[in-house]
Write a protein that binds this ligand. Structure first.
Ligand code: MSP
Length: 696
């Protein structure tokens, strides 16, 4: 075992080619790709394997129905998987197809080892026996009586009748490996996660393991059993073997020796539907054959849509092509990994997808990157500012001190800093926590901008060092966020690198260290990362174009946000502050009824983005979060506020004004402000108020 660089194999299930890819396939493959990328980022030696499962009775039937050969059918569908993985930026090291010759030879080698193998109590591991039972051709498996739905012996998964089948088959003596499996799993030598899956498997062992048949009569499309050429090897034995045959098990090739036999971790990511095959059959087969067994298996949760199981028959589908086209691969990858813990079932909704995209990617990350870079462009001539190291001589404002300290202590600390934390969570196969941790830093960096007010520092030449210290750290923060998000969002990371003047490339292990940005180097040009999208614009389609989620467009749209309100009304003469209890002298005839006031809908609105409108001195375009929606508002406050300083403020919005256009920009509401010396002073709150809260 190597001491410095861990060597591992990460696999997805190989997917059946009986139909085009499914969003569940994409989910597992994105997860495996992310983990492989995270490990590569940590400097590890990883082999990432995926592929297609191409044998079996189902394929025979489907090819016959389509009037093409089995191989032609497999070629077409397998190609569809590869092309989908390209769209999702999946970077596998090997794509195995079970119709490859190297696979067939590997399976036969394993079969030969099994035929010669003895169980711990000295019996043949494989024997010839009679099988009779209810067989579901769709599952390619026999069903226990209790699994069958009465009447008609209907398979619960496929809702089709099973066939009563009797045949002479080879059997694998799984029952003889019960004690070994229990010990291996209990001790975590085979680490099954989440724990619920481990317990489920231990529960199955407790009930007693039955031998299973490993050859099938009546199936032609498969690998013939040498001793019984009218039988083929059971599709699961054939399929599971891919994990070693793909690496060159047949010829004891270098990748097999290095990554499987000599590696430190053999990790299978699988769905909860196939854990028994992977956690019981597969380790026992390998153990019997004297081949190293998997060390870790993770059973992911299932995706549903609108609370219902995904199913082609009912039309409840999420087309993975449409999903990736909707907002691009980074957004799709981010969403599926962020939305729920990886082991849990979760429900896909289009509004959650778009909501997360707008909130996390367009607002939080997009704003951080654009604000940081814009400030460096403006205040440092577009070059990386000077690095500053803490020293007693420099007096810093508290906000800057806090930020720079936080950086030293939390972001850059080698042992428990940001990188170690986030990489640790990827390693735990806890993608949503990794991203939550990372986004908490995105939030803190955005907050730090508001607190440190670089625009104020920029006005004072005596505070130049402070400004540069802050901006240098901010840029490094942006860089580290890109590095650590890169396993999930490889494209965005590479674009951020481009903007930072590091060249568009995938971050690598050297990029994890603090201070890689060289002062004085020019930044690249700033490009939009994640343009906002209209929540209602283009729902994600099901592959059949079902209305619940209808057709996607080709590309991300350049923000057609719903928008804005008129700018604040021209400053009115300020009312003199009323003396506390003085009776009003205003004629009551000028007053309005409470019912009139009730017509005005005032709400707390959090500014998530702000940008001056080109060609106007006063107008600024704001994106505001109203809790349940985001709006664009135009406000006439640019002469009183720097655009960057507005982000993060919670203001009062007249939310039910009719839309109006100002300098061609639509405004959907009006921000309230007072006025001092003709300059706007925004109405804000003196304590934290949730966006969308009604102001009365
Ligand atoms: N060919 C077998 C696996 C052999 S591996 C040696 C197979 N193929 S499959 O095409 O049916 O893929 C099953 C896998 O797809 C699941 O284990 C899971 O990884 C993924 N998913 C399929 N539907 C899913 C959801 N609805 N949700 C999440 N993932 C699911 O079984």
């Amino acid at each position: 075992m190597s001491t410095s660089k861990r060597v591992s194999v990460i696999t997805t299930p190989i997917y059946y080619v009986n139909d085009v890819p499914h969003v569940g396939h994409a989910y597992t493959t994105i997860a495996a790709d992310t983990l492989a990328r995270a490990r590569r980022l940590g400097g590890e030696d990883v082999f990432f394997l995926t592929g297609t499962d191409e044998h079996g009775q189902n394929i025979e039937r489907i090819a016959r129905e389509r009037g093409i050969s089995e191989q032609e059918h497999c070629d077409l569908i397998s190609a569809a998987f590869r092309s989908l993985w390209e769209r999702y930026d999946i970077r596998y090291d090997r794509f195995i197809r079970t119709t490859e010759d190297v696979h067939r030879r590997g399976v036969l080698k394993l079969w030969g080892l099994l035929r010669g193998a003895k169980t711990p109590d000295g019996r043949d591991a494989v024997y010839l026996g009679k099988y009779s039972g209810w067989y579901c051709p769709r599952c390619e498996g026999f069903k226990d009586e209790e699994e069958l739905r009465q009447p008609g012996n209907v398979c619960p998964d496929h809702e089709r009748p099973c066939e009563w089948t009797e045949e002479e088959n080879f059997f694998f003596r799984l029952s003889a490996y019960e004690a070994w499996l229990r010990e291996t799993i209990e001790s975590d030598r085979l680490r099954i996660r989440p724990d619920s899956r481990k317990n489920e498997i231990l529960g199955v062992i407790k009930q007693g393991l039955k031998d299973f048949s490993v050859s099938r009569a009546r199936v032609k499309w498969g690998i013939p059993v040498p001793e019984q050429p009218d039988h083929v090897l059971y599709v699961w034995v054939d399929a599971l073997s891919n994990y070693v045959t793909a690496l060159g098990f047949a010829d004891d090739a270098e990748p097999y020796r290095h990554y499987w036999a000599g590696g430190d971790e053999r990790l299978h990511l699988i769905g909860k539907d196939i854990i028994r095959f992977h956690c019981l059959y597969w380790p026992a087969i390998l153990h019997a054959a004297g081949v190293p067994v998997p060390t870790r298996e993770f059973g992911q949760g299932f995706i549903t849509r609108d609370g219902r199981k995904l199913s082609k028959t009912t039309g409840n589908v999420i087309d993975p092509v449409a999903l990736v086209e909707r907002l691009g691969p980074d957004a799709a990858r981010y969403f599926v990994l962020r939305e729920a813990p990886y082991g849990a079932d979760w429900d896909f909704t289009d509004s959650a997808f778009v909501g997360r995209y707008n909130a996390d990617l367009a607002n939080d990350l997009g704003n951080l990157v654009s604000r940081a870079l814009t400030m460096v462009l403006r205040y440092c001539d577009g070059r990386v500012p000077a690095r500053w190291e803490p020293g007693p001589a420099t007096a810093l404002a508290p906000a800057t001190v806090d930020f720079t300290r936080a950086f030293a202590a939390s972001v850059c600390a080698p042992a428990d800093g940001l990188a170690a934390k986030v990489l640790g969570r990827y390693e735990d196969i806890d993608f949503s926590s990794a991203l939550t941790e990372l986004w908490s830093w995105v939030g803190q960096f955005n907050q730090a901008i508001v607190q440190a007010e670089p625009w104020t520092l920029a006005k004072d030449p005596a505070r130049r060092a402070e400004l540069e210290a802050f901006l240098y750290r901010l840029l490094e923060g942006v860089r580290l966020v890109a590095v650590l998000a890169s396993p999930v969002m490889p494209r965005a990371a590479s674009r951020i690198f481009g903007m930072l003047g590091l060249g568009e490339r995938e971050p690598g292990p050297d990029d994890l260290a603090w201070g890689r940005l060289e002062p004085g180097r020019p930044l690249g040009s700033i490009v939009p990362l994640f343009p906002r999208v209209d929540r209602d614009a283009e729902p994600t389609p099901g592959s059949d174009g079902t209305p619940a989620v209808k057709a996607a467009s080709k590309k991300q749209k350049e923000t057609p946000v719903s928008e804005t309100t008129p700018p604040p009304a021209p400053p009115r003469p300020e009312a003199a502050p009323a003396a506390a209890a003085a009776p009003s002298t205003a004629p009551t005839g000028d007053r309005i009824d409470i019912a009139d006031f009730a017509k005005v809908e005032l709400r707390a609105a959090k500014v998530t983005a702000a940008e001056k409108i080109a060609g106007s001195k006063k107008l600024v375009r704001l994106q505001v979060d109203l809790g349940s929606e985001t709006r664009q508002v135009v406000a006439g406050i640019a002469d009183a506020y720097e655009a960057e300083a507005l982000v993060g403020k919670t203001v009062v919005l007249v939310a039910n004004l009719k839309p109006a256009k100002l300098m061609g920009v639509e405004s959907n509401g009006m921000v309230l402000a007072g006025s001092v010396d003709g300059k706007a002073v925004l109405c804000t709150f003196d304590a934290e108020v949730a966006p969308g809260t009604k102001v009365k």
